[in-house]
Design a protein around this ligand. Sequence first.
Ligand SMILES: NC(=O)c1ccc[n+]([C@@H]2O[C@H](COP(=O)([O-])OP(=O)(O)OC[C@H]3O[C@@H](n4cnc5c(N)ncnc54)[C@H](OP(=O)(O)O)[C@@H]3O)[C@@H](O)[C@H]2O)c1
Length: 117
Amino acid sequence: MYARPDSQKNVVAYCQEKGIAFMASKCLGGLDARDGRRDLRADFPDLAAMADAKGFSAHALCVAYYRHRYPHMLLIPGTRTVAHAEDVAAARDVRFTEAELAAVDGMRKKRKKAPGA
Ligand SMILES: NC(=O)c1ccc[n+]([C@@H]2O[C@H](COP(=O)([O-])OP(=O)(O)OC[C@H]3O[C@@H](n4cnc5c(N)ncnc54)[C@H](OP(=O)(O)O)[C@@H]3O)[C@@H](O)[C@H]2O)c1
């Protein structure tokens, strides 16, 4: 969600058009997620609600969204735990309707400033 190509849309669109792989870092919030300055559920409550409704975590939904919307993107989600790795791997089982994909397209970060940031 954080690495969506709002700020890099020309490069991402160019790569998609030409079939060039685009490696996206910090797709789950990067190092800021480790110290609480970013929190996918708190920052994107609409995503969290959709994830709950679909029976997946917000992190799995986030990775699944990238895979559906930007198939030329290579994601390198990072984690320190097997449980989180397995959780994110469940992204492969997420299916979206077009309406759901459009809804995620329109989601923007809700939390302006994290505590202590
Ligand atoms: N960003 C860079 O510039 C960069 C450069 C070189 C290499 N890398 C490597 O690329 C990989 C990804 O790093 P990134 O910076 O792009 O980070 P990221 O994948 O955007 O975010 C990682 C954060 O997400 C959390 N997380 C992952 N799965 C989760 C889940 N299922 N539920 C809740 N939290 C979850 C992790 O916490 P937990 O650890 O607690 O699961 C960690 O705090 C890492 O191996 C990193 O070493 C990154």
